[in-house]
Write a protein that binds this ligand. Structure first.
Ligand code: GLV
Ligand code: MN
Ligand code: MN
Length: 423
């Protein structure tokens, strides 16, 4: 008998890890292309995944529906219908060439926990809701956390007009998906309907592995700023325009990228900066690039530190653009403050971790999560599960089945022992 099975047997519970891994693989097969996992907001594969998740939720004894923005929402009633809920969830969209676990682990684990309660005919003095958020990654449109912002009632309507790289607006994509962009407001929930929001997620970093721990208690989710930079120079003939007379937007962007990297590297307090997307126009071997768009993602352990760094980076790339005679426009496409996990709720996560026999280890989240939006209507806590090598946003992302099971047991313990905050 494995350690996990023995632990499960000791609590009288069956191991949930096997079912979770099986479903992770099933969802991981729903992708834009079979070779590289990509399940992007409002695409046909996103819809196929939503239908599969709906069926899992119904099989776990929940009523389930797709809400106005494409979140998959399941509800397991408490001892009587209509009680406020403990909301659990994570996202079911992915980055491009993604791993299978980022998002789906939390969602699938929450469904398995509810299924376990349902099998034991256990009803609690509160309802449980599980939400598969539609867009946490923000890959397709300029903004991010679109699903959870809709639930929190903070969705910004102007985002509907933003366009993806193929020129399709979010409004058009919603209609293609079968949603009504004029009714996003219907997804919003009120604070009084929720006792709290708890998300289980893979760590996406190496810290738990370094400490030889399967699970951790999250202290806070680091804030982030995303910028879209547009550089404009002058396109021209690659053979005729002398080097000294060029206004090459791509060479300028390259200098900006190296400057951003250099600036962040010299910081000793956890600042990280990434240029993850770039396009150059007109995009031909024999034409000097006249226009370039690129993104900048900046994160730091504190909001003050991040804001100072963003201002400094913008000043640096402005200077580069000026020296190269390029026009620069920088737009803020996403800004989220650091979100602390609520002490009362974090305390209950820690109790559940200890009750399952693991040391209580606290760590911050450098990655963004839907809790960053949910904080506007609920107190938030997170459980992290160890991932191999700290690898994430990469196809090698991996969680051992025993760790998936450990996470599930902690979440189930938390649910069964959950006490709403006393007010
Ligand atoms: C989401 O994974 C993010 O942190 O950007
Ligand atoms: Mn995630
Ligand atoms: Mn992610």
């Amino acid at each position: 008998m494995s350690k996990t099975e023995a632990a499960a047997a000791g609590t009288g519970r069956s191991s949930l890890g096997g079912e979770i891994v099986e479903r992770i693989n099933q969802l991981g097969a729903i992708s834009e292309t079979p070779e590289h996992l990509a399940r992007i907001f409002l695409t046909p594969e996103h819809r196929t995944a939503a239908d599969l998740i709906l069926s899992w939720m119904r099989g776990a004894g929940m009523s389930a529906h797709l809400d106005a923005i494409g979140n998959v929402c399941g509800r397991y009633e408490g001892e009587r219908p209509g009680l406020p809920c403990l909301m659990l969830g994570s996202h079911y969209d992915t980055v491009r060439d993604a791993g299978k676990w980022d998002g789906p682990l939390g969602l699938i684990t929450a469904i398995s926990c509810v299924a376990d309660l349902y099998k034991r005919e256990r009803r609690l003095p509160f309802a449980i809701e599980v939400v598969g958020f539609a867009d946490e990654e923000g890959v397709r449109f300029a903004s991010t956390l679109l699903g959870s912002r809709a639930v929190a009632g903070t969705f910004v309507e102007s985002v509907l007009n933003s366009r993806d790289h193929a020129g399709i607006s979010m409004r058009e994509a919603m209609v293609q998906f079968g949603l009504d962009p004029d009714h996003i407001g219907a997804a919003a929930r009120a604070r009084r309907e929720l006792h709290a929001y708890v998300e289980l997620h893979i760590e996406q970093g190496p810290v738990l592995e370094q400490h030889d721990l399967p699970v951790g208690v999250v202290t806070a989710i680091a804030g982030a700023t995303r910028l879209a930079a547009h550089l404009t120079g002058m396109a021209g003939h690659a053979g005729t325009v002398p080097m000294a007379l060029r206004r090459d937007a791509l060479a300028g962007a390259s200098e900006c990228i190296v400057a951003i990297e250099g600036f962040c590297k010299t910081d000793e307090d956890g600042l990280v900066g990434t240029v993850g997307y770039i396009d150059a126009m007109p995009g031909a071997t024999n034409v000097i690039p006249g226009r370039v768009n690129f993104t900048i993602d900046i994160r730091a352990p504190t909001d003050a530190h991040r804001k100072l760094a963003v201002a400094d980076i913008v000043r640096r790339i402005e200077a580069i653009a000026k020296r190269r005679n390029l026009a620069l426009q920088v737009d803020v496409t996403h800004e989220n403050r650091t979100v602390p996990c609520a002490p009362w709720l974090k305390g209950q996560v820690a109790e559940a971790v200890a009750a399952e026999g693991y040391p209580v280890f606290e760590l911050p989240s450098g990655a963004g999560h839907d809790g960053m939006a949910m904080i506007d209507i609920a107190d938030v806590a997170m459980i992290f599960v160890r991932c191999r090598g700290g690898i994430s946003h990469h196809p090698d992302e991996h969680v051992e089945p025993a760790d998936a099971d450990a996470g599930a047991r902690v979440l189930l313990r938390l649910i069964e022992n959950f006490r709403p905050r006393e007010v």
